[in-house]
Each structure stands twice: as structure tokens, then as C-alpha cells.
Design a protein around this ligand. Structure first.
Ligand SMILES: [Zn+2]
Length: 72
């Protein structure tokens, strides 16, 4: 029984060691480049800040949704 426990501990230890060798914790080098930050605009109706790409524009004024653009 003593040897069985020792055997299991050694096997688990080897598995943990192998896994740590395969996947290094700290990856260096290639990292996905993040998209550049997007300007935010405050809705002219409610004041909620919305990314420029999701703004609804009415003339030069940004809105968070078409309903607020309609209400002005
Ligand atoms: Zn709004």
C-alpha cells in the first residue's frame, strides 16, 4: 500500500512537471496588437458616451440611438 501511494505521487508529480514544461506561464514575443482606441461622443439628448462608430449622427451632433436623434 505504501508503494502504491508513492507511485501515484510520483506519477502525478511527473504529469505536473510535464504540463509546466509544455505551457510556459509567461508567454513572451508575439502578442495580438490591440485596436487603437476609439473616440467617444456624448449623446446630445441623454449624455451617454457612445463610441464614434456606433453614434447616430444628425448633422454634426452625435446621438446614442435613432430615437434620441429624432427627439434632438
Ligand atoms: Zn441618448
Amino acid at each position: 500500500m505504501k508503494y502504491l501511494v508513492l507511485f501515484v505521487v510520483v506519477i502525478v508529480g511527473l504529469m505536473v512537471f510535464k504540463r509546466s514544461q509544455q505551457r510556459p506561464i509567461h508567454r513572451t514575443g508575439k502578442r495580438k496588437a490591440l485596436a487603437p482606441p476609439e473616440p467617444m461622443h456624448a449623446c446630445q439628448h441623454c449624455g451617454v458616451h457612445v463610441p464614434a462608430s456606433r453614434c447616430v449622427w444628425k448633422g454634426e451632433r452625435p446621438y446614442c440611438c435613432s430615437e434620441h436623434a429624432r427627439l434632438g
